[in-house]
Design a protein around this ligand. Structure first.
Ligand code: NAP
Length: 364
């Protein structure tokens, strides 16, 4: 199979994602994989679009809980065209597919861990590829599973969200945060979205949030949320931000509310970024409020839960597929970067410049 492209390689972990980007992330030539080296159920995908995810950034500094080994190619999730399929594969040449980041790529376990989506070519086992919905772009396909599976696991599997609930979504402009806004609205809940930037919040409102609250040192979030909820507070908090906003959130809730611990976008350097014990931890919840308000504080690690019990995926994938079939679930991708704009793309993700998805287009 002739063909030459390029791929990104993380040669060593950095002190931070941006330090890794400056010193350890390289772009190198990539020959098309040789089918003679592949397994009968392997598939070669010409990658058209790869999500630039928060986890992709964290991994470059060695601080994600499930680490690739260097050197590796980032790109947990991607979409593209099948250009070769082994004899046992269910796909055929020309199929438009999206990759399941749990079953292939840097976050997966096993032989396909080295094949990330920041590359012209990726190899995935047939079971890790799903058909791209016909009306969708490659960009949308690259921004589906991780975001919507996370939002589903947190809001539905853990949070038991219903149409009667009001949910406060922190980090609502982010990739998983916007998916949470979409899923909460599909369930019929009322959504209060928070963020630091009014322009981005306006775009989150266009995506369905009922109310938006700008957060910052000059804003009384409790007063605003109480105002929006008739003084009652919210039923559910979806917290993908962490840090100071977490404790403040416990003053915005009803008695018996569910508080969903989703992530820590605000504190990426907790534990010096390497998970050492004893380092200061910015995520501290006041136990007095948890006690007195009778709160359920729920840890929501989607992939870890799935590794413990793979059967939990069946229900959520079925729900996501049903929403896609009904035409009510469409990932929002605000910005696509050319491969030569790799640094700009990773910097933009680091600085939270975009609403929803941010993707990279490898060389054709
Ligand atoms: N539980 C799970 O299974 C799971 C799965 C995937 C990801 N995560 C985690 O969830 C978190 C969010 O992921 P994501 O993919 O949505 O990230 P993302 O796309 O980078 O979005 C995070 C959002 O958080 C806000 N934010 C960032 N830094 C902040 C700060 N210093 N203070 C306040 N707000 C800040 C930003 O919104 P504004 O700029 O609008 O304020 C940003 O859009 C990450 O920690 C990620 O590791 C968890």
């Amino acid at each position: 199979m002739a063909g030459t492209g390029r791929r990104v390689v993380v040669e060593a972990f950095g002190e931070s994602p941006m330090e890794a980007l400056e010193n350890h992330v390289k772009v190198v030539a990539q020959a098309a994989p040789d089918p003679a080296d592949l397994a009968p159920d392997d598939v070669i995908v010409a990658v058209r679009s790869a999500a630039v995810g928060w986890v992709d950034l964290l991994m470059t500094s060695g601080q994600y809980q499930h680490m690739a080994t260097v050197p590796y190619t980032p790109g947990l999730e991607y979409a593209g065209d099948v250009i070769w399929a082994g004899p046992s594969a269910t796909q055929k040449v020309g199929d438009r597919v999206l990759a399941d980041g749990i079953l292939t790529g840097p976050r997966s376990i096993g032989a396909h861990r080295k094949w990330g989506g920041f590359a012209s070519y990726a190899v995935a086992p047939t079971a890790a590829l799903r058909t791209l919905p016909p009306a969708w772009t490659y960009d949308q396909g690259a921004c589906l599973l991780g975001n919507y599976e996370t939002a589903y696991h947190c809001l539905i599997a853990r949070g038991k969200l219903t149409a009667a609930d009001t949910v406060l979504v922190h980090g609502a402009s982010g990739s998983t945060g916007l998916a949470a806004v979409h899923i909460a609205k599909m369930v019929g809940a009322t959504v209060i979205a928070t963020g630091r930037n009014v322009d981005k919040l306006a775009r989150v409102a266009e995506q369905g949030a009922d109310h938006t609250v700008r957060v910052g040192d000059d804003v009384d979030m409790r007063a605003e949320v109480k105002d929006l909820t008739g003084g009652k507070g919210v039923d559910v908090v979806y917290d993908g931000v962490g840090g100071p906003i977490s404790a403040a959130s416990l003053r915005c809730v009803k008695f018996g509310a569910r508080y969903l611990v989703v992530g820590w976008a605000a504190t990426p350097f907790v534990a010096k970024g390497r998970g050492q014990r004893g380092a200061p931890n910015a995520n501290q919840l006041p136990t007095n409020l948890i006690m007195m308000k009778g709160l359920d504080v729920l840890g929501c690690p989607t992939v870890i839960t799935t590794h413990h019990d793979p059967s939990v995926r069946t229900e959520r994938l079925a729900a996501i597929e049903a929403w896609i079939a009904q035409g009510v679930l469409t990932p929002f991708v605000e910005r696509a970067y050319a491969f030569d704009e790799l640094h700009e793309a990773m910097w933009a993700k680091w600085k939270s410049l975009h609403v929803g998805g941010c993707v990279l287009h490898p060389d054709p």
